[in-house]
Design a protein. Structure first.
Length: 336
Protein backbone atom coordinates (compact mmCIF):
# COMPACT_ATOMS: atom_id res chain seq x y z
CA UNK A 1 0.00 0.00 0.00
CA UNK A 2 2.84 2.43 0.82
CA UNK A 3 4.26 1.87 -2.68
CA UNK A 4 0.95 2.91 -4.24
CA UNK A 5 0.80 6.13 -2.23
CA UNK A 6 4.38 7.00 -3.16
CA UNK A 7 3.81 6.47 -6.87
CA UNK A 8 0.63 8.59 -6.70
CA UNK A 9 2.73 11.28 -5.00
CA UNK A 10 5.26 11.07 -7.86
CA UNK A 11 2.54 11.29 -10.51
CA UNK A 12 1.00 14.36 -8.84
CA UNK A 13 4.46 15.89 -8.50
CA UNK A 14 5.17 15.38 -12.19
CA UNK A 15 1.81 16.91 -13.15
CA UNK A 16 2.54 19.87 -10.86
CA UNK A 17 6.00 20.44 -12.35
CA UNK A 18 4.66 20.27 -15.89
CA UNK A 19 1.68 22.52 -15.07
CA UNK A 20 4.04 25.14 -13.63
CA UNK A 21 6.61 24.64 -16.43
CA UNK A 22 9.20 24.23 -13.67
CA UNK A 23 12.24 22.20 -14.70
CA UNK A 24 13.78 22.35 -11.21
CA UNK A 25 10.68 20.80 -9.63
CA UNK A 26 10.64 18.20 -12.40
CA UNK A 27 14.27 17.27 -11.68
CA UNK A 28 13.55 17.16 -7.93
CA UNK A 29 10.65 14.72 -8.33
CA UNK A 30 12.66 12.57 -10.77
CA UNK A 31 15.50 12.56 -8.23
CA UNK A 32 13.13 11.27 -5.52
CA UNK A 33 11.77 8.59 -7.84
CA UNK A 34 15.30 7.46 -8.73
CA UNK A 35 16.28 7.29 -5.05
CA UNK A 36 13.15 5.34 -4.24
CA UNK A 37 13.69 2.78 -6.99
CA UNK A 38 17.35 2.38 -6.11
CA UNK A 39 16.91 2.13 -2.34
CA UNK A 40 13.53 0.52 -1.75
CA UNK A 41 13.42 -1.83 -4.75
CA UNK A 42 16.88 -2.60 -6.16
CA UNK A 43 18.77 -2.50 -2.84
CA UNK A 44 16.20 -4.62 -1.03
CA UNK A 45 15.98 -7.10 -3.91
CA UNK A 46 19.40 -8.42 -2.87
CA UNK A 47 17.86 -9.23 0.53
CA UNK A 48 20.87 -7.70 2.26
CA UNK A 49 18.96 -4.75 3.68
CA UNK A 50 18.35 -6.36 7.03
CA UNK A 51 17.86 -4.10 10.01
CA UNK A 52 21.25 -5.08 11.40
CA UNK A 53 23.00 -4.06 8.17
CA UNK A 54 21.08 -0.79 8.16
CA UNK A 55 21.91 -0.09 11.82
CA UNK A 56 25.62 -0.87 11.39
CA UNK A 57 25.78 1.34 8.28
CA UNK A 58 24.20 4.26 10.13
CA UNK A 59 26.45 3.82 13.17
CA UNK A 60 29.69 3.62 11.18
CA UNK A 61 28.88 6.55 8.90
CA UNK A 62 27.64 8.82 11.68
CA UNK A 63 30.45 7.96 14.08
CA UNK A 64 32.84 9.04 11.32
CA UNK A 65 30.86 12.28 10.98
CA UNK A 66 31.16 12.75 14.74
CA UNK A 67 34.93 12.11 14.67
CA UNK A 68 35.48 14.54 11.79
CA UNK A 69 33.34 17.11 13.56
CA UNK A 70 35.74 17.18 16.51
CA UNK A 71 38.63 17.91 14.14
CA UNK A 72 36.75 20.79 12.50
CA UNK A 73 35.12 21.97 15.74
CA UNK A 74 32.96 24.50 13.89
CA UNK A 75 30.84 26.71 16.16
CA UNK A 76 27.96 28.66 14.61
CA UNK A 77 25.63 30.95 16.60
CA UNK A 78 27.44 29.79 19.75
CA UNK A 79 26.38 26.18 19.04
CA UNK A 80 28.41 23.14 17.96
CA UNK A 81 27.96 22.58 14.21
CA UNK A 82 30.72 20.01 13.60
CA UNK A 83 31.30 19.50 9.87
CA UNK A 84 28.08 21.32 8.98
CA UNK A 85 27.49 25.04 8.43
CA UNK A 86 24.30 24.85 10.49
CA UNK A 87 24.20 23.34 14.00
CA UNK A 88 20.65 22.10 13.39
CA UNK A 89 21.98 19.76 10.67
CA UNK A 90 24.51 18.38 13.14
CA UNK A 91 21.69 17.80 15.60
CA UNK A 92 19.65 16.03 12.90
CA UNK A 93 22.53 13.66 12.07
CA UNK A 94 23.18 12.84 15.74
CA UNK A 95 19.47 12.21 16.34
CA UNK A 96 19.49 9.44 13.73
CA UNK A 97 22.54 7.90 15.43
CA UNK A 98 20.91 8.21 18.86
CA UNK A 99 17.74 6.31 17.90
CA UNK A 100 19.80 3.49 16.33
CA UNK A 101 21.81 3.18 19.55
CA UNK A 102 18.54 3.20 21.50
CA UNK A 103 17.12 0.37 19.38
CA UNK A 104 20.35 -1.61 19.86
CA UNK A 105 20.23 -1.12 23.62
CA UNK A 106 16.66 -2.42 23.77
CA UNK A 107 17.58 -5.48 21.70
CA UNK A 108 20.40 -6.42 24.08
CA UNK A 109 18.15 -5.76 27.08
CA UNK A 110 15.60 -8.24 25.72
CA UNK A 111 17.61 -11.15 24.36
CA UNK A 112 21.28 -11.01 25.36
CA UNK A 113 22.34 -12.35 28.75
CA UNK A 114 25.72 -10.60 28.66
CA UNK A 115 24.92 -7.04 29.77
CA UNK A 116 28.39 -5.59 29.01
CA UNK A 117 27.36 -4.39 25.49
CA UNK A 118 24.43 -2.53 27.08
CA UNK A 119 26.82 -0.43 29.18
CA UNK A 120 28.76 0.53 26.05
CA UNK A 121 25.66 1.34 24.04
CA UNK A 122 24.06 3.36 26.85
CA UNK A 123 27.29 5.30 27.42
CA UNK A 124 27.57 6.09 23.71
CA UNK A 125 23.89 7.05 23.60
CA UNK A 126 24.31 9.58 26.43
CA UNK A 127 27.46 10.96 24.78
CA UNK A 128 25.59 11.46 21.50
CA UNK A 129 22.73 13.12 23.41
CA UNK A 130 25.31 15.43 25.01
CA UNK A 131 26.48 16.40 21.51
CA UNK A 132 22.86 17.12 20.57
CA UNK A 133 22.62 19.45 23.58
CA UNK A 134 25.76 21.23 22.34
CA UNK A 135 24.13 21.81 18.95
CA UNK A 136 21.27 23.58 20.77
CA UNK A 137 18.85 21.89 18.38
CA UNK A 138 15.61 21.91 20.33
CA UNK A 139 13.81 19.69 17.84
CA UNK A 140 16.59 17.08 17.95
CA UNK A 141 16.65 16.98 21.77
CA UNK A 142 12.85 16.69 22.04
CA UNK A 143 12.80 13.99 19.33
CA UNK A 144 15.30 11.82 21.21
CA UNK A 145 13.38 12.18 24.47
CA UNK A 146 10.11 11.22 22.75
CA UNK A 147 11.86 8.22 21.16
CA UNK A 148 13.02 7.07 24.61
CA UNK A 149 9.50 7.36 26.05
CA UNK A 150 7.93 5.51 23.11
CA UNK A 151 10.56 2.78 23.37
CA UNK A 152 9.81 2.24 27.04
CA UNK A 153 6.06 2.07 26.38
CA UNK A 154 6.45 -0.42 23.52
CA UNK A 155 8.92 -2.53 25.46
CA UNK A 156 6.57 -2.64 28.44
CA UNK A 157 3.63 -3.62 26.22
CA UNK A 158 5.67 -6.41 24.62
CA UNK A 159 6.47 -7.85 28.03
CA UNK A 160 3.19 -7.02 29.77
CA UNK A 161 2.75 -10.68 30.74
CA UNK A 162 6.13 -10.72 32.50
CA UNK A 163 6.00 -8.68 35.71
CA UNK A 164 9.68 -9.33 36.25
CA UNK A 165 10.74 -7.84 32.94
CA UNK A 166 8.51 -4.80 33.34
CA UNK A 167 9.84 -4.30 36.87
CA UNK A 168 13.42 -4.55 35.62
CA UNK A 169 12.63 -2.04 32.88
CA UNK A 170 11.14 0.48 35.33
CA UNK A 171 14.09 0.02 37.69
CA UNK A 172 16.67 0.54 34.95
CA UNK A 173 14.83 3.61 33.66
CA UNK A 174 14.63 5.08 37.18
CA UNK A 175 18.33 4.47 37.92
CA UNK A 176 19.42 5.96 34.60
CA UNK A 177 17.19 9.00 35.11
CA UNK A 178 18.57 9.63 38.62
CA UNK A 179 22.14 9.14 37.39
CA UNK A 180 21.59 11.52 34.46
CA UNK A 181 20.00 14.23 36.64
CA UNK A 182 22.83 13.87 39.19
CA UNK A 183 25.42 14.14 36.40
CA UNK A 184 23.79 17.32 35.07
CA UNK A 185 24.20 19.02 38.43
CA UNK A 186 27.69 17.72 39.26
CA UNK A 187 29.55 17.60 35.93
CA UNK A 188 30.28 21.13 34.67
CA UNK A 189 30.43 20.34 30.94
CA UNK A 190 27.02 18.61 31.06
CA UNK A 191 25.51 21.41 33.11
CA UNK A 192 26.83 24.01 30.66
CA UNK A 193 25.37 22.15 27.67
CA UNK A 194 21.95 21.91 29.35
CA UNK A 195 22.02 25.58 30.34
CA UNK A 196 22.71 26.57 26.73
CA UNK A 197 19.77 24.67 25.26
CA UNK A 198 17.47 25.71 28.13
CA UNK A 199 18.56 29.29 27.54
CA UNK A 200 17.61 28.93 23.88
CA UNK A 201 14.14 27.74 24.89
CA UNK A 202 13.82 30.76 27.19
CA UNK A 203 15.00 33.23 24.52
CA UNK A 204 12.54 31.80 21.99
CA UNK A 205 9.66 31.40 24.46
CA UNK A 206 7.70 34.26 22.89
CA UNK A 207 7.71 32.39 19.56
CA UNK A 208 8.86 28.77 19.79
CA UNK A 209 8.47 28.42 16.03
CA UNK A 210 11.05 31.18 15.39
CA UNK A 211 8.66 32.94 13.04
CA UNK A 212 8.02 29.76 11.05
CA UNK A 213 4.35 29.62 12.00
CA UNK A 214 3.71 32.84 10.08
CA UNK A 215 5.50 31.38 7.03
CA UNK A 216 3.44 28.18 7.26
CA UNK A 217 0.22 30.17 7.47
CA UNK A 218 1.16 32.19 4.37
CA UNK A 219 2.04 29.05 2.40
CA UNK A 220 -1.21 27.32 3.36
CA UNK A 221 -3.13 30.48 2.47
CA UNK A 222 -1.45 30.61 -0.97
CA UNK A 223 -1.61 26.84 -1.54
CA UNK A 224 -3.19 25.37 -4.66
CA UNK A 225 -4.02 21.90 -5.94
CA UNK A 226 -0.75 21.61 -7.89
CA UNK A 227 1.54 24.05 -6.06
CA UNK A 228 3.73 26.91 -7.23
CA UNK A 229 6.96 25.15 -8.19
CA UNK A 230 10.50 25.41 -6.86
CA UNK A 231 10.77 29.18 -7.39
CA UNK A 232 7.98 29.90 -4.89
CA UNK A 233 10.57 30.29 -2.10
CA UNK A 234 12.77 32.73 -4.03
CA UNK A 235 12.91 35.98 -2.08
CA UNK A 236 11.20 34.39 0.92
CA UNK A 237 12.31 32.49 4.00
CA UNK A 238 12.35 28.69 3.70
CA UNK A 239 9.41 26.80 5.11
CA UNK A 240 11.56 24.81 7.58
CA UNK A 241 8.97 22.04 7.36
CA UNK A 242 9.12 19.10 4.96
CA UNK A 243 5.38 18.77 4.47
CA UNK A 244 4.75 22.52 4.11
CA UNK A 245 7.62 22.74 1.61
CA UNK A 246 6.10 19.95 -0.48
CA UNK A 247 2.73 21.69 -0.27
CA UNK A 248 4.24 24.93 -1.58
CA UNK A 249 6.12 23.24 -4.42
CA UNK A 250 3.74 20.46 -5.53
CA UNK A 251 0.34 21.29 -4.03
CA UNK A 252 -2.35 19.54 -1.97
CA UNK A 253 -2.70 16.38 -4.06
CA UNK A 254 0.99 15.53 -3.92
CA UNK A 255 1.47 16.29 -0.22
CA UNK A 256 -1.66 14.28 0.70
CA UNK A 257 -0.30 11.16 -0.99
CA UNK A 258 3.12 11.72 0.59
CA UNK A 259 1.51 11.92 4.04
CA UNK A 260 -0.41 8.71 3.33
CA UNK A 261 2.86 7.08 2.22
CA UNK A 262 4.54 7.98 5.51
CA UNK A 263 1.45 7.00 7.54
CA UNK A 264 1.36 3.56 5.89
CA UNK A 265 5.03 3.02 6.77
CA UNK A 266 4.44 4.09 10.38
CA UNK A 267 1.50 1.72 10.76
CA UNK A 268 3.49 -1.17 9.30
CA UNK A 269 6.46 -0.41 11.57
CA UNK A 270 4.21 -0.03 14.63
CA UNK A 271 2.52 -3.38 13.93
CA UNK A 272 5.98 -4.94 13.68
CA UNK A 273 7.27 -3.22 16.83
CA UNK A 274 4.46 -4.32 19.12
CA UNK A 275 4.81 -8.03 18.28
CA UNK A 276 6.21 -10.09 21.12
CA UNK A 277 9.55 -11.60 20.11
CA UNK A 278 10.35 -14.86 21.86
CA UNK A 279 12.91 -16.66 19.77
CA UNK A 280 14.46 -14.17 17.36
CA UNK A 281 17.19 -11.58 17.70
CA UNK A 282 16.31 -8.44 15.78
CA UNK A 283 16.14 -4.66 15.98
CA UNK A 284 12.39 -4.74 16.24
CA UNK A 285 11.82 -1.11 17.27
CA UNK A 286 14.27 0.41 14.79
CA UNK A 287 11.87 1.06 11.86
CA UNK A 288 9.26 2.67 14.12
CA UNK A 289 11.81 4.85 15.93
CA UNK A 290 13.38 6.04 12.68
CA UNK A 291 10.01 6.88 11.16
CA UNK A 292 8.90 8.81 14.25
CA UNK A 293 12.25 10.62 14.17
CA UNK A 294 11.72 11.50 10.51
CA UNK A 295 8.26 12.93 11.20
CA UNK A 296 9.33 14.99 14.22
CA UNK A 297 12.43 16.40 12.53
CA UNK A 298 10.40 17.16 9.41
CA UNK A 299 8.23 19.52 11.43
CA UNK A 300 11.05 22.08 11.66
CA UNK A 301 13.44 21.08 8.87
CA UNK A 302 13.13 20.31 5.17
CA UNK A 303 14.16 16.65 4.91
CA UNK A 304 13.80 15.64 1.26
CA UNK A 305 15.98 14.63 -1.69
CA UNK A 306 19.48 13.76 -0.39
CA UNK A 307 19.46 14.05 3.41
CA UNK A 308 20.66 10.86 5.20
CA UNK A 309 17.40 10.23 7.06
CA UNK A 310 15.44 10.49 3.79
CA UNK A 311 17.70 7.80 2.33
CA UNK A 312 17.00 5.60 5.37
CA UNK A 313 13.27 6.26 4.96
CA UNK A 314 13.39 4.90 1.41
CA UNK A 315 15.35 1.83 2.53
CA UNK A 316 12.68 1.14 5.16
CA UNK A 317 9.94 1.61 2.58
CA UNK A 318 11.16 -1.55 0.83
CA UNK A 319 11.48 -5.00 2.37
CA UNK A 320 14.01 -4.21 5.08
CA UNK A 321 11.75 -5.41 7.89
CA UNK A 322 9.29 -7.48 5.86
CA UNK A 323 11.93 -10.24 5.77
CA UNK A 324 12.21 -9.96 9.55
CA UNK A 325 8.43 -10.27 9.89
CA UNK A 326 8.49 -13.51 7.96
CA UNK A 327 11.41 -14.78 10.01
CA UNK A 328 9.64 -13.80 13.23
CA UNK A 329 6.41 -15.58 12.31
CA UNK A 330 8.26 -18.66 11.05
CA UNK A 331 10.44 -18.84 14.15
CA UNK A 332 7.55 -18.50 16.58
CA UNK A 333 5.55 -21.14 14.71
CA UNK A 334 8.45 -23.58 14.69
CA UNK A 335 9.30 -23.06 18.35
CA UNK A 336 5.75 -23.04 19.68
Amino acid sequence: MSDLFFYLFIICGLISALANSDMESLMNIVCMLTMYIGLSIIYNSFQTATLHVLAISICLSHLIILLLSFFMNRVVFNAFAGIYSNPNMMGLAMTLLAVVLLAGTIQYFQVVKNKVPIVGLVSLFFFVFYIILLTQSRTAAITVLIAVIMSMVLLASQNASSIRKVGALVTVLFVLSVAFIFSLSKIPILNEAVQKIVGKFQRKSADLSDGRMAIWQNIIKDSTLFGHGENYHVGQLDAHNTFIALLAEYGWLAVTFFLLFVAALVWNAFSFAKKQVKYTNMLQLLPFLILITYILLSMTEIIIYTTPIMIVLFVLSGNSFTHHKLALNSSNMNKA
